[in-house]
Design a protein around this ligand. Structure first.
Ligand code: URA
Length: 505
C-alpha cells in the first residue's frame, strides 16, 4: 500500500491555480516560501504580490515582469529547506527594502541556495550583490532613522503621548527602529508616525496605530517655543563654520531629511554665514602665503580629525565600511587573559559578522587544540574591523589594509584592550604586529617567537593562519603550523611571568 500523498499547502494551490500570492510580512513570505520549496515550485512559476508599493532602486533585469510558467505538483519534491542563519538574517533584513519585486527576489535567492548555489549569498554573485546592497540600504536607513528622528515634546495636559516624531523612512524599518526607542526611552510615552504606519509606545506596550491622517507635525501641539527653541540654540552653539563641508553634509543628510529636522530651518542661513566667513579666511591665507616662517607640522597632526563613534557599525573613520557587509567586532570572554589579534575579517567573517569563522579560523582552532589551549578562553579580534577586498571573477579577494586604515582602527583596538585587559597579546601576522606595536616599520621576521613588552603586557608574534594555508609545500606548512603552536604555548607560559621579569630567550 502506498503512503497517502500529503495535502497541497495553500501557497502551492494558489500557484497551481495561476493566482498571485499575496504576502505582506516576512513571516508570511517565509512560510509560503518554505512550502513552495518543499514542493519544488520554481521561481518562474510564481507571481508574488504585495500591498506595499515599491520603487526599483535595486531592481535587476531578471526582475522584469513575466507571465508565470505553468506548474503542477502531485508529491512534495524536497525535504524542508535548511537555510543557514546568516542567510535567513540577510533575507529578513532585505525584506524591509522597498523594491517592487522583493518577495520574488528573496524566493529566487532561497531557491538558488537550495539548488546548491551557495554563491548566491556572496557580493560577487549578481543576486548576491543585489541582496547585500538591499541589506546595506536597510541598515543605513535604520541608522539614519535613529540619528535623524526628532521627538517633539507635547504639553503635559495634552495627555499621552508625551513625545511625537514624524519621519519619512525610505525602507520599512519602523518596527525595528521602534524597538530601539523602546529600549532607549524607558517608560515615557511616545509616538512615531510615518506616511505608511505609526507606532505608539504607552510606556508598557507598543501599539501599531496605522497611518495617521496628516503629518504628526500638524497634529502635535508641541512646545515649539520651549523644547524646540532650546534645541535650536544648542544646535547653533555646536555648529562650527570652520569644519563645514556642505557637500558631505548634504550627502549625509539629504534634503528629504532636512525638511523634517527642526534645525533644517536655520541651517541654510548658517551655511551662508559660514561661506562669508570662509571668504575672509581665504583672503587672509592668500596674504599669509606671501612670506613668512614655515612651521613644520607632524603628518599625524595634519590628518583630518576623525569621528569618535560609539558603535562599530556606525564607524566611518576610514572608507572600508562602504564595501563591507558589516563591521566584525572582536569576540570572547570580556576579561580573557590572552587576546588574538588578526588582520581583518575575511569573506566568510564579513558575511557572518564573527571573527575567524572561515578557513583561517578553522586552522586557528587546530593550532589551539595542538597547543592545548581552549579557544573559547581567548578574546579574538582583528586589527581592522571591515573586510577589504577586490573582485576576482565571482570571488571577493582579500586585500591587505593600508596603514591609514590600520591606524583608523586603532580606536577600536584600544577600546578592546581597555575592556579586556589581556595579559598577553598574540599578534597573528604582520598587519596585526604593526597595529599592536603602533609602528609601520616592524617586520614579522625579526619579531617571530620573541616576546616583547608593550604598555605593560606581553606581546607574542606568530604567523597568520592564512600563511599556513597558503605557503607551498607540505614541509613548509608543517613548520609554519608548529611555529604557531609554539607561539601559543609561549603565550600561555607568559601568563605566569611577571611583566617586570626579563623576557624569556
Ligand atoms: N583573517 C583574519 O585576519 N581575521 C579573520 O577574522 C579572518 C581571517
Amino acid at each position: 500500500m502506498s503512503a497517502p500523498t500529503p495535502a497541497l499547502p495553500a501557497a502551492v494551490l494558489h500557484v497551481q491555480a495561476g493566482q498571485p500570492l499575496l504576502v505582506e510580512t516576512f513571516a508570511e513570505w517565509r512560510e509560503a516560501a518554505r512550502d513552495l520549496l518543499v514542493w519544488g515550485v520554481p521561481p518562474e512559476a510564481i507571481t508574488w504580490s504585495s500591498p506595499q508599493a515599491g520603487g526599483d532602486l535595486f531592481s535587476s533585469a531578471a526582475a522584469a515582469a513575466e507571465a508565470p510558467a505553468a506548474f503542477t505538483a502531485s508529491v512534495p519534491a524536497k525535504n524542508p529547506p535548511h537555510v543557514p542563519r546568516s542567510l535567513m538574517e540577510m533575507l529578513q533584513s532585505a525584506a524591509c527594502c522597498r523594491v517592487a519585486d522583493r518577495w520574488a527576489f528573496l524566493y529566487r535567492v532561497m531557491w538558488r541556495w537550495q539548488q546548491g548555489e551557495h554563491d548566491v549569498q556572496s557580493p560577487a554573485d549578481e543576486d548576491g550583490a543585489r541582496l547585500n546592497a538591499m541589506v546595506k540600504a536597510v541598515r543605513r536607513e535604520e541608522h539614519d532613522m535613529h540619528a535623524y528622528i526628532r521627538f517633539r515634546e507635547r504639553p503635559v495636559d495634552a495627555g499621552p503621548p508625551r513625545f511625537v516624531a514624524w519621519y519619512e523612512p525610505r525602507h520599512d524599518v519602523l518596527p525595528q527602529v521602534a524597538e530601539h526607542f523602546v529600549s532607549r526611552m524607558g517608560k515615557v510615552s511616545w509616538m512615531i508616525a510615518t506616511p505608511e504606519a505609526s507606532v505608539l509606545w504607552d510606556g508598557h506596550t507598543l501599539h501599531n496605530t496605522g497611518p495617521l491622517v496628516g503629518r504628526a507635525e500638524d497634529l502635535d501641539q508641541s512646545d515649539k517655543d520651549g523644547g524646540e527653541a532650546l534645541w535650536l540654540t544648542y544646535y547653533r552653539s555646536i555648529f562650527n563654520p570652520a569644519r563645514l563641508n556642505t557637500a558631505v553634509m548634504q550627502q549625509h543628510i539629504t534634503s528629504d531629511r532636512w525638511k523634517n529636522l527642526p534645525e533644517g530651518k536655520i541651517v541654510p542661513h548658517m551655511i551662508s554665514e559660514a561661506a562669508m566667513g570662509a571668504r575672509k579666511i581665504g583672503q587672509a591665507q592668500a596674504v599669509g602665503q606671501r612670506k613668512g616662517t614655515t612651521i613644520p607640522i607632524a603628518p599625524a597632526d595634519a590628518q583630518p580629525e576623525r569621528q569618535q563613534p560609539t558603535k562599530l557599525d556606525e564607524c566611518r573613520r576610514c572608507e572600508l565600511w562602504q564595501f563591507a557587509t558589516q563591521a566584525v567586532p572582536g569576540e570572547g570572554p570580556q576579561h580573557a587573559p590572552i587576546m588574538f589579534v588578526g588582520e581583518q575579517p575575511g569573506d566568510q567573517e564579513d558575511l557572518a559578522g564573527h571573527p575567524f569563522v572561515g578557513p583561517a579560523g578553522k586552522l586557528l582552532d587546530q593550532v589551539c587544540e595542538a597547543a592545548g589551549v581552549d579557544r573559547d578562553t581567548i578574546y579574538v579580534t582583528n586589527a581592522v574591523k571591515h573586510f577589504k577586498w577586490e573582485p576576482r571573477g565571482k570571488r571577493r579577494l582579500h586585500k591587505t589594509p593600508a596603514q591609514r586604515e590600520v591606524e583608523a582602527c586603532h580606536y577600536w583596538l584600544d577600546k578592546e584592550l581597555a575592556q579586556v585587559k589581556p595579559t598577553v597579546i598574540v599578534a597573528l601576522g604582520a598587519t596585526a604586529l604593526k597595529s599592536v606595536l603602533r609602528s609601520a616599520n616592524v617586520t614579522l621576521k625579526n619579531s617571530l617567537g620573541k616576546p616583547m613588552k608593550v604598555d605593560g603586557r606581553w606581546v607574542v608574534t606568530t604567523y597568520h593562519p592564512s600563511y599556513v594555508l597558503r605557503v607551498p609545500g607540505e614541509d613548509a606548512k608543517h613548520e609554519a603550523f608548529s611555529t604557531m603552536v609554539a607561539g601559543l604555548k609561549l603565550a600561555h607560559e607568559l601568563l605566569e611571568r611577571p611583566i617586570d621579569a626579563p623576557a624569556p630567550e
